[in-house]
Design a protein around this ligand. Structure first.
Ligand code: NDP
Length: 484
């Protein structure tokens, strides 16, 4: 299950190079150097994957559910048995701490597969009776060959979150992980071979988003696209796939408010706020990057957040004491630092962090940044409005519930929101009025895989999770039988 220097596509059950024979470089962001090579796939590879998937489809979609369940469960078992290797590969590819990959990313990847493998055994459809006249029943059939495209921040976690329900419901899949973090998807290919997944049921094509991903979105025979990534890429996908009437699920960016009322449990809130601000270097779509604090506790909160942020250890992803590893790429680090410069131009004060960490030895050229806290910005500025997706939070005081609702809902995004208060009525009022797909009260990132997951406004279209995902990957067909 070890990672290789030359990653291969997984097409028709085999590990193969791109048709072009070309590769491009894969960086280890903690050392800032190339450590492996990615197949530079194009529409020819997508076509091969499609043909393999179409050949596999008739048998896979008609397979006895318990058999499909067993194969998927075997894949989950193999990931779990190789936890250390998968976690190491995820950490090297993305720069995240090994401890996080080991305790969050990889466990969630095998849990995703198991969750949907068991769901397929319980999945059922509706019937609608018209007394003395007719009975309707709804068949839920697989769509066919579907495309799953995932980002780099939680690589195997989000890749499996998509492919597992697609496969469980009897579709054949062409998957594309991010070009920045392809290694664990490659290792997943090997797990699928070992588990005996029939040839062509899952195909993984590596390459650049604008070439490989775009070829998938454009292909008329790929009937649905499940995409997680940036809002701009989402717009591009809609503009291509919309006129082709493809089924689309788009999980896009966020700029999530974290709203703190003075009556909250301060210690619990502080502990969780540190995590919701800087987990995975703030590179989680659900991170609460805009923090609003009721004025009565603003200064106490600010001083405590700055103190705790300065205490976070940035560095060697394989050290047990590291809190934040490297950012995913040089370009991403430059983007985040560009926003820090902008924040100052816009009138903000950087209270701590925002500077590169100068490491010694093998990590000297890695992309390490100290987490930053900014205050003093107005709500309409770009730093508050745009997704930075890095270890950067803004803090703003508020006076009333109405005012903070206006702040919270005042961006184009609407993925998640967090509310801290002991007042249950206020918590419910806020939850009702926040424009977000997910609201956490007195917690963050507590996830039940059965719940709907997704955003409103520019944060996406459609929902993943539980039954929502099973429904997305099936077409309902109503059958009406008249009787007398
Ligand atoms: P991108 O939109 O850049 O890329 C996401 C995926 O799409 C990658 O696999 C990418 O390939 C591919 N891609 C790029 N261009 C195209 C295209 N034209 N057609 C098809 N596929 C394409 O996002 P990032 O990888 O930078 O991820 C960060 C973003 O993801 C953030 O905005 C974050 O908020 C969002 N996100 C949303 C989540 C949610 O659930 N709502 C969860 C996690 C992240 P390649 O990498 O090879 O370019």
């Amino acid at each position: 299950m070890s990672p290789d220097k030359y990653i291969k596509n997984y097409i028709n059950g085999a590990l193969v190079p791109a048709v072009s024979g070309e590769y491009f470089d894969n960086y280890n962001p903690a050392i800032g150097q190339v450590y492996s090579h990615i197949p530079d796939s194009d529409e020819q590879d997508v076509q091969q994957a499609l043909e393999a998937a179409e050949r596999a489809l008739p048998e896979w979609k008609r397979m006895e559910p318990t058999k499909r369940f067993r194969i998927l469960t075997r894949i989950a078992d193999i990931i779990e048995q190789n936890l250390e290797e998968f976690a190491k590969a995820e950490s090297i590819d993305s720069g995240k701490p090994f401890a996080m990959a080991r305790s969050v990313d990889i466990p969630r990847a095998h849990q995703n597969i198991r969750f949907f493998a068991t769901s397929l055994l319980h999945f059922s459809s509706e019937s609608h009776s018209m007394p003395n006249q007719a009975i309707n029943y709804t068949l839920r059939q697989p769509i066919g060959v579907v495309g799953c495209i995932s980002p780099w921040n939680l690589p195997l976690y989000l890749f499996t979150w998509k492919i597992a329900p697609a496969l469980a419901t009897g579709n054949c899949v062409i998957g594309k992980p991010s070009e920045m973090t392809p290694m664990t998807a490659y290792m997943l290919s090997k797990a699928c071979i070992e588990a005996g997944l029939p040839e062509g049921v899952l195909n993984i094509v590596h390459g650049h988003g604008a070439k490989t991903g775009q070829a998938m979105v454009e292909h008329p025979c790929i009937k649905a696209i499940s995409f997680t990534g940036g809002t701009e890429t989402g717009k591009k996908i809609i503009s291509t796939a919309g006129p082709m009437f493809k089924k689309l699920s788009l999980e896009l960016g966020g700029k999530n408010p974290n709203i703190i009322f003075a009556d909250c449990d301060f210690d619990e809130m502080m502990m969780t706020t540190l995590r919701s601000s800087f987990s995975n270097n703030g590179q989680i779509c659900l991170c609460g990057s805009r923090i609003y604090i009721e004025r009565a506790i603003y200064e106490k909160f600010r001083d405590e957040l700055v103190k705790r942020t300065q205490f976070l250890k940035v560095g060697d992803p394989f050290s047990a004491v590291t809190d934040l590893g490297a950012l995913v790429s040089k370009a991403h680090m430059e983007k985040v630092m560009g926003y820090l410069t902008l924040a100052e131009v816009e009138g903000g004060t950087i209270l701590c962090g925002g500077t590169p960490v100068k490491m010694k030895g093998e990590y000297a050229d890695g992309y390490f940044l100290r987490p930053a806290v900014i205050e003093g910005l107005t709500q309409d500025c770009r730093t508050i409005q745009e997704e930075i997706f890095g270890p950067v939070v803004t803090i703003t005081p508020f006076d009333t519930e109405e005012e903070v609702l206006g702040f919270a809902n005042g961006t184009d995004y609407g993925l998640s929101a967090t509310v801290w208060t002991k007042d249950i009525s206020r918590a419910n009022r806020m939850a009702e009025n926040l424009e977000a797909g997910i609201v956490w009260v007195n917690c963050w990132m507590v996830r039940d895989l059965r719940t709907p997951f997704g955003g409103v406004k520019s944060s996406g279209v459609g929902r993943e999770g539980g039954l929502e995902a099973m429904k997305f990957f099936t077409e309902p067909k109503n059958v009406c039988i008249k009787y007398s």
